[in-house]
Design a protein around this ligand. Structure first.
Ligand code: M6R
Length: 597
């Protein structure tokens, strides 16, 4: 999984590409490189963050170039393995995102023909194939080369033999074209060039494009030209920047009152039909939810919502398991913030193969998942750059709430009055999240208690169980503290052995039908001397008899309370990581979207 960018135009390509790579760093950041044509082809690479590359390369004046930020899949992190890769004679250069599954056999074949390889990567075969196939047209050579590839790829190629163009191709990895005036862009994602243009054209799987400063040509693999409409992106460039916050994660946590409003916009009203999702619900008498990571915890929460509000039985499956072992339910709903997670795309393809109706809940318009699914429910949270999912998680929860309510309304499980009450509560959500954000200082104080601990547990029952799992994931991924989430009733079946005065337990104690049970579990934990920090509903005085500390959220009913609780846990993870001086937006070994299986 990597980020790639290409530029052709009138500006300094080096600067545009470095800037674009910084916007793409969330896709991987173990090494980076650029290739610029200025007379000849000039390649510069370095390991580590883009800044390392930027500092190590000269100012060069070319107007055409490509760049890459890498998250290693084949071959260790090294300058040799960083992209761009070049052919034997250094006339062609490519950057690649994806995995070439048949690279070993291709490499052997190319070596037999006399090609010399200088990296351990799968990607390098692409540029040698292009060299092999080149007969005077770069696009023809790319077309012929990709016909031999098995696997996933987004490729951008340049050549000093045709210095006025860049050629792009895609299969199962994202690539989008930015349309400018006397300049054009191509990249893995829109923020890479959003500062310069918000006019975009999507490239589909099996397509190739030739981009010059004065034109863009998109073709299929037979060379047939394709007319592609232009889309206007409404995100502002500054939305993709930190806007004064120390980290993208904090900015994204604070964007939640707005993103929640966006998720609901046009989908709820105080008059009939109350909830409208423009989706056909036929055949939704059984549903499988598939997802990975944080999105999987949203799926788990979705099960509680759909079963309770719509009375429809739900399976939940990790995408990586569903691909191989999943039960074939009539409707499969995939949840993926990025829309590019390879495991989830694989699960979607599997579901389609079995004739299931497929729906994707995603944040990224035009992402691969949106192309495979029959229906798309956009979460509309805006771009999320921090590796840790925050506003996209609450947008997923909210989308699943709307889905459950709509389904319950359609199948008669919910009465009009119940739906009206939910709509009224939903409308309060943005201001309730604002209230929670105002408690940041209280949450910071709790972070001071846990930041030097080795292990933190999170417990909850019902919908608070997946929210506890997500709280633990958030803490471990950005603060590197070992954290685990449990169904509150499960601690006594083993994890109790780990409890001590040094093991804080974060207990999610909403006033729902299992509240008393959670109180009982907190009592058991206190008897083992572990500090308990409860997250509870405002007005709950009883909790203070059990917990050492309490963070309150405004009263809300099931399942809405899961959203303010998730926000509290995000702030807790953020401040704990901040006290530990962790690289919050780019935790070690992780990347924003995982496009490998
Ligand atoms: O883009 P997706 O929602 O499909 O990503 C799935 C996971 O990789 C993702 O949620 C991951 O767990 C997050 N970084 C957690 O914050």
């Amino acid at each position: 999984m990597c980020g790639i960018i290409g530029y052709v135009g009138f500006r300094n390509a080096r600067n545009i590409i470095i800037e674009g790579l910084k916007r793409l760093e969330y896709r991987g950041y173990d090494s980076a490189g650029i290739g610029i044509i200025e007379g000849n082809l000039h390649i510069y690479k370095n390991v580590g963050e883009i800044e390392n590359l930027e500092k190590s390369i000269p100012q060069i004046d070319g107007r055409v170039g490509i760049g890459h930020t890498r998250w290693a899949t084949h071959g260790k992190v090294s300058i040799e393995n960083a992209h761009p890769h070049t052919d034997c004679n250094k006339k062609f250069a490519i950057v690649h995102n994806g995995i070439i599954e048949n690279f070993k056999s291709l490499k052997e074949m190319l070596e037999r023909k006399g090609h010399t390889f200088s990296s351990e990567t799968d990607s390098e075969v692409i540029v040698h194939l292009i060299e092999e196939k080149y007969k005077g047209s770069l696009e023809e050579a790319v077309k012929k080369a990709i016909k031999e590839l098995k696997g996933s790829y987004a490729i951008i190629a340049i050549s000093q033999l045709e210095p006025d163009k860049i050629v792009g191709a895609r299969n199962e990895s994202p690539l989008v074209i930015g349309v400018g005036e006397k300049e054009n862009f191509i990249a893995s994602d829109i923020p890479a060039f959003l500062k310069y243009t918000n006019r975009i054209k999507y490239l589909n799987d099996g397509e190739i494009c030739v981009i010059k400063n004065d034109g863009i040509k998109i073709m299929d693999l037979n060379g047939k030209e394709i007319e592609r409409e232009e889309n206007l992106i409404k995100w502002q460039a500054e939305q993709a920047e930190k806007a004064g916050y120390p980290h993208f994660m904090l900015k994204e946590i604070y964007e939640q009152p707005h993103s929640i409003m966006e998720t609901m916009r046009g989908r709820i009203s105080e008059i009939e039909p109350w909830i409208n999702l423009e989706i056909d619900f036929d055949g939704m008498d059984e549903v499988a939810l598939v997802a990975c990571g944080t999105s999987y915890y949203a799926a788990m929460a979705g099960k509680y919502m759909i079963e309770e509000l719509a009375g429809v039985p739900v399976d939940i499956e990790l995408s990586s398991e569903y691909r191989y072992f999943g039960k074939k339910r009539r409707t499969v709903l995939a949840i993926t913030q990025s829309g590019e997670t390879a495991d989830t795309i694989g699960a979607l393809k599997e579901a389609k193969m079995y004739g299931c109706k497929t729906i994707v809940v995603t944040n990224v318009i035009g992402s691969s998942a949106t192309r495979f699914a029959d229906h798309v429910l956009l979460t509309r949270a805006g771009p999320e750059i921090g590796v840790a999912a925050t506003k996209t998680f609450t947008a997923q929860l909210l989308t699943l709430m709307l889905f459950s309510l709509y389904l319950g309304m359609k199948n008669g499980k919910l009465h009009a009055n119940e739906i009206k009450n939910y709509v009224a509560e939903l409308k309060r959500l943005p201001s309730i999240v604002e209230e929670v954000l105002e408690r940041e200082n209280e949450i910071k104080e709790i972070a001071k208690i846990i930041h030097d601990k080795n292990t933190v547990f999170f417990i909850g029952r019902g919908i608070n169980y997946p929210i506890a799992l997500e709280g633990a994931l958030k803490l471990k991924e950005i603060s590197y503290i070992h954290a685990e989430g449990f169904a509150a009733g499960e601690l006594k079946h083993g994890p109790f052995a780990l409890l001590s005065e040094e093991t804080p337990v974060i207990a999610l104690a909403s006033k729902d039908r299992v509240y008393e049970k959670v109180m009982g579990n907190i009592g058991e934990i206190k008897a083992r001397n572990s500090p308990v920090i409860a997250i509870a509903e405002e007005g709950d005085e009883d909790i203070t008899n059990f917990a050492d500390h309490v963070i309150y959220y405004p009263k809300l009913s099931f399942p809405l309370f899961s959203i303010p609780i998730a926000v509290i846990l995000q702030l807790l993870a953020y401040h704990t990581a901040s006290l530990r001086n962790c690289p919050i937006d780019k935790p070690r070994n992780l990347a924003k979207s995982v496009t490998v299986e």
